[in-house]
Design a protein around this ligand. Structure first.
Ligand code: BGC
Length: 653
């Protein structure tokens, strides 16, 4: 059905600029149907009053990112969409594609990566998964919302090249999936609130990035309604009771035009039309049990085996499990999903996999409690062939940042005590972002980063720990040695402004360019299999387009998946550029003893930087290195190519 903007009175039009309530779009005195909006991103959180309806708790985006698997990101989206259909939610307020600029950011677990290519590519697949089932998405939070501290007020101050190359690029790639909506962020960008920032929303998002859908404000971020409408943020959420009077007065005072108001109203009407046009796609194709199975399948590929001195996989024997009783499986704040499924303990799941093993389980402990049974725990740990110790990262969540990136002292001491009595300790870390492990990592044999793996986390972990599935996750963010060692350190701005002084040197772009030691590099993750990379070939497809192909051989006797990464390095750059940047990746199942040929396409943007004086993406002619690796610090193959674009592309306008 087509809606006619002329059928509304001025009052009704103005009422269409803000939500009917916290979760529904406005209805102009009942003239329009409403759409129901709900968070995202790890399952649906349909809030009725204070309570959210229970639903499948999927692995958090940190896990989706660590899986490096586009098909699984798509499956994640499809699975959540089924929950949306069941709960009559029209639009999911997800995914978030903000860059992990610092491991302190409290919402890193609901973002993808420190790298815009990886973040954007996986977000695109997630959006396609949701929207192919007729449910809308909201790509958020545009832009530069990279920490929680003073998020409502602080201005993120960055130069244009940095914004375009790092922060906007993740959105640009995800926008190819045509999300129905984009959500603006709370913070200001270079002094102007995102929600009022005409340059950001109109010029960049709608102009340069070509987004033609509805822009929704983050909840409660609107300060002055007419400024928000003027910036072409179409829908002020949640309900803002000042909107009608404020915009009416601004119209009278000549501060905003009727065309500007109509443009926002029209985009809302188009969204409602899109919602109706997609209704026929809303067919539930999974049962809750199948959704649970999907959560398990995704989790299985999302764990990162950080270290393994031969103790994993566990094949049996005497195992001592010291299990944290409140393991972290999901997000907090707006990303909290109310589970309908009781997460199983790791001990139960492990026993199912290793039926012959003797598993001693300590009484479960809570994060900060010293076990009263510690002595007994150590006696059993001493007798065991292997000890598995599960630990949680520190509190992280919406509205607050992490205070430290280490584990709590109590948990670190627990690891050290256990490691004193048993040489074969495996530590499983449930956390949303990078952890500083320096105090204990050398004392243990293996470490698995489980992320926040959703309701099926332990079922999936048991399979990986005992080798039924080889781990295949890789880090989507660098694990630094310490917070002091990161490009941003402990700086948090002065509550008014935070300067992005590191520029484009975020994450591995900083560590690798400056040759800084790290705990675990970007892209790192071990497998039970051994892979050999060979036969790099680069085929020229156009002036600045190439297809990179290479072989990966699985030298072991187990089937396993490998994530291979393609980086580009500008050898003689005219501007200061990172030593290398991720421009392609592939995840492939390689059967025992088999070889697969991998192909990755590179295009103009794979070689370009944003040239500020020329105000355009620029590729400078000359030599580029193509690096193929198992992580950013484990480059297995490399070869130079030369780009020779026509002279006019090298000139200033
Ligand atoms: C969050 C958004 C979320 C919205 C609605 C805000 O506080 O920043 O990510 O979608 O609330 O819950």
């Amino acid at each position: 059905m087509k809606y006619d903007i002329n059928s509304f009175t001025l009052e009704e039009k103005l009422s269409l600029l803000t939500g009917k309530n916290s979760w529904q779009t406005p209805d102009a005195n009942g003239k329009l149907p409403t759409m129901w909006l709900a968070d995202g991103p790890h399952g649906v959180r349909k809030s009725i009053d204070e309570n959210a309806l229970p639903s499948t708790v999927m692995p958090c985006l940190v896990n989706i990112a660590n899986s490096w698997n586009k098909e699984l990101a798509y499956l994640d989206g499809q699975t959540i969409a089924d929950d949306c259909i069941e709960k009559e939610v029209d639009l999911l307020l997800a995914p978030g594609v903000n860059i992990k600029r610092t491991p302190l950011c409290g919402r890193n677990f609901e973002y993808f990566s420190e790298d815009p290519f990886l973040a954007g590519t996986l977000a695109k697949a997630y959006i396609e998964g949701v929207q192919d089932k007729g449910i809308g998405t909201s790509l958020k939070h545009f832009a530069l919302n990279n920490r929680e501290y003073e998020r409502l007020w602080q201005s993120s101050e960055a130069d244009e090249r940095t914004m375009r190359e790092i922060y906007f690029t993740a959105f640009e790639i995800a926008l190819k999936a045509k999300p129905w909506t984009v959500m603006s962020s709370y913070n200001a960008v270079n002094g102007v609130y995102a929600v009022e920032n005409k340059w950001l929303i109109k010029d960049v998002l709608r102009g340069d990035l070509g987004f033609d859908g509805l822009v929704v404000s983050d909840w409660g971020s609107c300060k002055v309604p007419y400024r928000t409408t003027k910036a072409s943020v179409d829908l002020i959420m949640s309900h803002n009771s000042d909107t009608v009077d404020n915009v009416k007065k601004a119209l009278k005072d000549g501060l905003i035009t009727m065309e500007e108001v109509d443009a926002c109203v029209n985009r809302l009407l188009e969204l409602l039309e899109k919602n109706q046009a997609n209704a026929h796609k809303r067919i539930i194709t999974t049962t809750p049990e199948q959704r649970h199975q999907n959560a398990v399948e995704i989790a299985k590929e999302s764990f990162v085996l950080l270290k393994n001195d031969g103790v994993l996989p566990i094949k049996g024997g005497k195992i001592k499990l010291i299990e944290n009783s409140d393991i972290l499986i999901g997000g907090t704040g707006s990303a909290k999903v109310t589970a309908e499924y009781q997460t199983q303990t790791l001990s139960n799941e492990l026993q199912k996999q290793l039926t012959d093993a003797t598993i001693f389980v300590s009484p479960p402990y809570f994060n900060e409690t010293i076990s009263h049974t510690l002595k007994h725990e150590l006696v059993l740990a001493r007798q065991a062939d292997t000890v598995i110790l599960t630990v949680n990262g520190r509190a992280e969540g919406e509205n607050y940042d992490r205070e430290e990136i280490t584990l709590s002292k109590v948990q670190e001491e627990r690891i050290l005590n256990v490691a004193k009595v048993n040489p074969n300790v495996v530590v499983v870390v449930y956390a949303g972002s990078a952890i500083d492990m320096r105090n204990w990592i050398d004392k243990v044999k293996a470490v698995v980063f489980a992320g926040l793996g959703g309701q099926g986390v332990n079922q999936a972990l048991a399979e990986v720990l005992c080798g039924k599935t080889s781990p295949s996750g890789k880090l989507s963010e660098t694990f630094p040695l310490s917070i002091e060692d990161t490009p941003t350190g402990r700086a948090i701005g002065n509550s008014m402004v935070e300067r992005y002084t590191e520029g484009v040197f975020v994450g591995y772009r900083y560590y690798d360019t400056n040759n800084k030691p790290v705990l675990f590099p970007f892209g790192h993750g071990l497998s039970y299999a051994k892979f050999e990379y060979s036969n790099l070939k680069i085929e020229k497809k156009g002036e600045a387009e190439f297809t990179v192909s290479y072989d990966i051989t699985n030298l072991s006797n187990i089937d396993a998946k490998e994530v291979s990464q393609v980086y580009v390095s500008d050898v003689f750059a005219n501007v200061s550029r990172p030593e290398k940047e991720l421009k392609g990746f592939s995840k492939d199942l390689i059967k025992a003893g088999q070889t697969v040929n991998v192909k990755v396409d590179l295009d103009f943007r794979s070689f370009a930087y944003y040239n500020q004086p020329l105000k355009r993406w620029q590729v400078d002619n000359g030599e580029f290195e193509i690096l193929v690796g198992a992580s950013s610090r484990d480059i297995r193959l490399k070869e130079s190519i030369f780009i020779d674009l026509p002279e006019k592309t090298q000139l200033s306008k």
